[in-house]
Design a protein around this ligand. Structure first.
Ligand SMILES: [Fe+2]
Length: 404
């Protein structure tokens, strides 16, 4: 059984209560991991030394962009659209396994990114399976991110997922503070872009003036965790979520970008097995497991103001329809870069296209004229991508035309 398929026996338990309530969990592989996590973390200490050295000396990928990054240590954010007049952005989610499927998806993406003039990537959370990083320089940053993505030499706008914020139980989302390690790691990585736990990035228009597109990366974990948050700072109604909501509301309001795109690991709407915010994994009670307060955040702050919500969590590829319910905002789920889904739809939200079986990624292309999402499925054995669907939107969500 995959760790992220673990479902708590009841909503909003603490992790200790969860383990006590299900002795099989405590005795099984999870219990072994919990005991290992409680033991001295020799691997993490040694790994930190190795990863730190690698960050200083190894810049895979070659080429002029790599050389530029080697000079100042960072791949630069794009400052102008490509020759097609677009910003082309690689979208991946739930990638960080370090296993063959992740490498195959990245290899397939390399060919597409070269052809499409991609200059930016998005990582939609669950960046480091299964427990998240053990330190700011955990060797897993190299084995589950830098190495697989070698040659994808541009900044990666990273969002935090539940596995990145694991507590005692891998994937629980029970220790949001663990995400600080990913913020810290970003300071020394050429690719990993995460200046803070939530942030926005605007890309300029070709002729100057208002930005063409702006990304808003959101931390959805404190209001979607499988367990209750024990740290008062990260409670659903605590200072962290209140401040994040204030920031997101203000940043969306202030943005003058033509296109606005919200990145959040947990989806608002989702036809995959985890379901949608407010009823995640069948739970409709409690402040955490159900995701009810993330539903409120999406509906009260994001819907009707952002053109896209990009999410992972479900290991599937879904391009859902913008509807009256979403205020014209389109939900996209792109979480199949490391793991694949269970092959079937569990819910029936209107979808333009969806795939529940294959690994894959997407490429988002934005210009002043249109925004296009290309969905690619990947054959892991041959490491090749197939363009499965292309969806084009001409009007930003603030126009009623976005709904037609
Ligand atoms: Fe997840």
């Amino acid at each position: 059984m995959c760790d992220d398929e673990l479902i708590p026996p009841s909503a909003d338990m603490t992790e200790e209560q969860w383990l006590r309530a299900d002795p099989a969990l405590a005795e099984g592989p999870v219990g072994e991991r919990v005991r290992a996590m409680r033991a001295p973390r020799r691997r993490a200490v040694l790994g930190g030394v190795v990863a730190g050295a690698a960050a200083l000396t190894v810049l895979p990928g070659g080429g002029t962009r790599a050389a530029a990054a080697a000079r100042d240590g960072k791949f630069p954010l794009p400052t102008a659209p490509n020759r097609s007049g677009e910003y082309a952005v690689l979208l991946t989610g739930d990638a960080g396994t370090g296993e063959e499927a992740q490498h195959a998806v990245a290899a397939a993406a390399r060919a597409v990114c070269r052809a499409e003039g991609v200059s930016l990537a998005v990582g939609l959370g669950d960046n480091i399976y299964e427990n998240g990083p053990e330190s700011d320089h955990d060797s897993e940053f190299r084995t589950k991110f830098e190495d697989p993505n070698s040659g994808l030499d541009f900044p990666w706008l990273m969002a935090l997922g539940n596995h990145d914020c694991s507590g005692l139980i891998p994937g629980s989302g029970g220790d949001p503070s663990r995400g600080d390690r990913e913020v810290s790691y970003a300071k020394g990585s050429p690719r990993w872009y995460m200046p803070s736990r939530y942030y926005n990035v605007a890309l300029p228009s070709a002729g100057g003036g208002d930005p063409l597109v702006e990304f808003f990366a959101v931390d959805t974990n404190p209001v979607s965790s499988y367990v209750a948050q024990l740290d008062p700072h990260y409670r659903w109604d605590g200072p962290y979520m209140r401040e994040q909501r204030r920031w997101l509301d203000g940043a969306l309001k202030a943005s003058r970008a033509h296109w606005k795109i919200v990145l959040g690991h947990h989806p608002y709407l989702n036809n995959g097995k985890h379901g949608s915010a407010g009823s995640y994994d069948g739970f409709v009670i409690g402040h955490y497991t159900s995701g009810i307060h993330l539903k409120e955040l999406y509906e009260e702050v994001v819907c009707g103001r952002a053109d896209l919500i990009l999410s992972g969590h479900d290991h599937t590829l879904q391009i859902l329809e913008p509807t009256t319910r979403t205020g014209g905002t389109r939900q996209i789920v792109c979480g199949a870069a490391g793991k694949a889904g269970d092959g079937r739809a569990h819910f029936g939200h209107p979808a333009t296209w969806q795939n529940f079986s294959d690994h894959g990624f997407m490429v988002l292309k934005v210009s002043g004229r249109a925004m296009t999402v290309d969905a690619y499925t990947v054959d892991v054995a041959t490491r090749t991508a197939r363009l499965a669907q292309s969806v084009r939107t001409k009007s930003p969500v603030r126009s009623a035309a976005a709904l037609t």
